[in-house]
Design a protein around this ligand. Structure first.
Ligand SMILES: Nc1ncnc2c1ncn2[C@@H]1O[C@H](COP(=O)(O)OP(=O)(O)OP(=O)(O)O)[C@@H](O)[C@H]1O
Length: 411
């Protein structure tokens, strides 16, 4: 990924404060935060610390009491809020879809407002449904209630991306779905991000989610006071305060598992077959390669089920049944996700899929163990981090040339 591929915009919050009417304390106090273009920044912190208020000030769903919001060098604090929001995608829990509109109409909302032609809108809707792994033929004319929670969330992401905005704001986007769906949606978001390179700001209450998705994590205390703003690796390795230590919780060592992704380790090639093939031929192949299973793929290369040697010896022709409990992880999944998936399926391996659910290979428990050992030995040498501070809390040297605290460290 080169700088030219980044379509996201940089965001700078400059001494932003929000004091709600009738409140003595500010919900957000003098926050200065640099959000680099094309990165994912996660906001975490205890309930009521000001995460959502900060997020909503970026698209001015909440007006700051004072301070400036600058997007790609442009001060947007005074611009028309509706116009601003058309340039910023916004995703909330359960997708926030309009129940009386079809999936296509939901996705088409902003392009319609922008006056795109019908043909251009229809093509964009299908393109986005493909991007979020929903078959346009099957889903474009459905209503939200005819979708699962995870599918609604995918449509919510498609809608936010419709007019190709440089910035995507997400407020607890995966809060309303079960853990396995959540993991899949996270993987998909990372896949999508590797294609679109937006600037994504995401609020979550789940620190593991922040570690998995974030290029940078902002850990807030009450009043949106920044406790630490750094990479997941460095926050885990060097928590800046006792507050951060407590927030990370015990098992920080195990959280290292969340830092390595499935696509960073060597996968085993799978023996594959397809419906209609003779089982005895497949069995010879599996035996010849000294493997346990063959994976049955559909016509688009997506795994349907695994067949072990015994199942192959009993069958005549491979059929196209889909196994709901097949252990599958996306290539963007963390090693933690992969281990979870294997444990749930009581299997020593899991299948790994890439874009549009196509099979890439197999990951085994052994691979995971080796990768953890390797990761624990690796050193992290890079020490630059974006600017983040609250006015009055830290001695500002010069925000534009890189701020430093009294110890000369980046803040
Ligand atoms: N409309 C409002 N009027 C008055 N106070 C508000 C309003 N919205 C939020 N607050 C207060 O501002 C503070 C920050 O709220 P905010 O919703 O930003 O927190 P949060 O970190 O997103 O919390 P959570 O994790 O619980 O969603 C809280 O003390 C909250 O009670």
């Amino acid at each position: 990924m080169t700088a030219q591929d980044v379509t996201g915009a940089s965001i700078m919050l400059e001494e932003v404060t929000k004091t709600y009417p009738g409140q003595k304390k500010s919900a957000v106090g003098g926050l200065t935060l640099e959000i680099p273009a094309g990165s994912i920044v996660m906001f975490v912190g205890p309930s009521g610390c000001g995460k959502t208020t900060t997020l909503k000030m970026i698209n001015r769903l909440i007006e700051p009491t004072s301070g400036k919001i600058v997007i790609n060098g442009e001060d947007v604090t005074g611009m028309n809020g509706d116009e601003l929001r058309r340039r910023i995608g916004y995703v909330i829990q359960a997708g926030g879809l309009f129940p009386h509109m079809t999936v296509a109409t939901n996705i088409a909302m902003v392009p319609k407002m922008l006056g795109w032609s019908k043909e251009k809108i229809a093509a964009r809707v299908d393109e986005l449904l493909e991007l979020v792994s929903l078959d346009p033929e099957l889903y474009r004319d459905r209503f939200p209630k005819e979708l699962s929670g995870g599918q609604q969330q995918r449509v919510g992401v498609a809608r936010a991306l419709a007019a190709d905005p440089p910035v995507l704001l997400m407020d607890e986007p995966f809060g309303a779905v079960d853990p396995i769906t959540r993991q899949r949606l996270q993987d998909e978001l990372l896949n999508i991000q590797s294609e679109v390179q937006k600037t994504i700001v995401c609020v979550t209450h789940d620190f593991d989610e922040a570690v998995k998705l974030g290029d940078w994590i902002a850990i807030f205390n009450e009043g949106a006071q920044l406790e630490q703003y750094d990479s997941p690796e460095r926050i885990l390795a060097n928590p800046a305060s006792e507050f951060v230590e407590n927030f990370i919780g015990s098992g920080a060592g195990l959280k290292q598992l969340t830092l390595t992704r499935v696509n960073e380790v060597d996968l085993e090639e799978a023996i594959t077959t397809s419906p209609g093939k003779r089982a005895s031929d497949v069995l010879s192949q599996v035996q010849g390669a000294g493997r346990k299973y063959a994976v049955v793929l559909d016509s688009r290369g997506r795994p349907l089920r695994r067949l072990d040697r015994r199942q192959l010896s009993r069958a005549e022709i491979i059929d196209g049944t889909y196994d709901q409990s097949l252990p599958v992880v996306g290539e963007q999944a963390t090693l933690n996700d992969a281990l979870d998936t294997m444990l749930v399926a009581s299997s020593e391996s899991a299948l790994v899929t890439g874009r549009r659910d196509v099979l890439l290979g197999t990951i085994t428990v052994q691979t995971v163990m080796e990768a953890i050992a390797a990761a624990n030995g690796a050193q992290d040498g890079d020490h630059s981090a974006p600017v983040g501070l609250n006015s009055g809390a830290i001695n500002i040297v010069d925000i534009n040339s890189g701020a430093a605290n009294s110890d000369g460290e980046p803040v």
